[in-house]
Design a protein around this ligand. Structure first.
Ligand code: NAP
Length: 279
């Protein structure tokens, strides 16, 4: 197929690398000429340009820009598409994106590959980034079945686990397991940096090992992405942050009151519950 990718960064570049290796022709558009040249040199695209005219013979187009420019990008793109072209996006938030884009283009299905790294830009693009990871599609009552089927046909060879959900259900679910962890992990780093004794802080930094690496990883990622998650999934994120604060207050109470029985019971429950999120 002729596949278009608009936004040649971590996700767009990684999709390009894999889709080309599965025999598709991949055409890329990015904002900067330099990015286009790097995408060609890295083998992420057959050709790339800063002009959306390159999208004119595509069968499927993946919008891989930051969330904040997706709607404007689609508005600019539409004059170059043939009416059969299927449009999809990779945005980390789906309610807002689907509400904004579905009225603009009938053959649109929202998508979210649940894969990434802490890096961004075309240099961060990786082969096989999506292998074994969930890929959520968010068709609504008005999404043509053919649009969903064609996107599935393109992404299935990347060895992803395909899920379908309503856009707003997706946003509530990812608030718990993706957006809340970013805020919690960032707060952990901020709290540790609050140590006022420089000797203790330096010692803590020297002693930090795998536990800190695991719990701080998502809080040390791309700040722009964190702000996008918060601003475009505000309601679900605020709700999850309030619930988290309640859980933290409960922990404080147990420790202050030396209620080790209640603490142990809670930790036994979380030990078992964690596995249900990592099946
Ligand atoms: P990224 O590495 O920063 O890539 C985005 C790319 O879009 C940039 O390299 C930029 O290229 C290009 N771009 C920016 N504005 C543009 C415009 N107006 N027109 C065309 N291209 C433009 O970000 P990313 O991590 O790949 O994220 C892209 C999308 O994937 C976001 O919507 C995000 O929500 C979603 N997502 C991210 C992750 C993750 O973990 N990172 C996971 C799943 C989904 P130039 O250099 O040309 O400006």
């Amino acid at each position: 197929m002729n596949i278009g990718i608009v936004g040649l960064g971590l996700i767009g570049g990684s999709l390009g690398l894999d889709l080309r290796s599965h025999g598709h022709q991949v055409w890329g558009v990015s904002r900067k000429e330099e990015t286009c040249q790097r995408a060609i040199a890295r083998g992420a695209v057959d050709d790339a340009s800063t002009s959306l005219t390159l999208m004119k013979n595509t069968d499927v187009v993946f919008i891989c820009t930051p969330l904040g420019v997706m709607q404007a990008t689609v508005e600019e793109l539409i004059p170059y598409l043939s009416e059969d072209t299927i449009l999809t996006d990779v945005g980390s938030v789906k309610g807002w994106v689907v509400d904004a884009i579905a009225p603009l283009w009938e053959n649109f299905v929202g998508g979210h590959p649940m894969a990434g790294t802490a890096d961004s830009g075309i240099e961060a693009a990786l082969r096989n980034l999506f292998v074994g990871t969930p890929y959520v599609l968010t068709p609504t009552e008005t999404t043509p079945t053919r649009a969903t089927q064609l996107v599935e046909e393109v992404i299935r060879p990347l060895q992803v686990q395909i899920y379908h959900s309503h856009p707003h259900d997706h946003d509530r679910a990812v608030a718990w397991i993706s957006h809340l962890p970013v805020m919690v992990s960032a707060s952990l780093i901020t709290t540790c940096m609050g140590e006022t004794n420089p000797t203790i802080l330096e010692l803590a930094q020297a002693l930090a090992s795998s536990g800190f690496r695991d719990t701080s990883r998502v809080g040390g990622g791309n700040p722009e992405l964190g702000v996008m998650m918060a601003s475009y999934n505000k309601a679900a994120l605020v709700q999850s942050l309030h619930s988290y604060r309640e859980a933290l207050n409960q922990m404080i109470t147990w420790v202050e009151q030396e209620d080790w029985i209640a603490l142990e019971a809670a930790l036994k429950q979380t030990q078992a519950a964690r596995l249900q999120f990592l099946r």
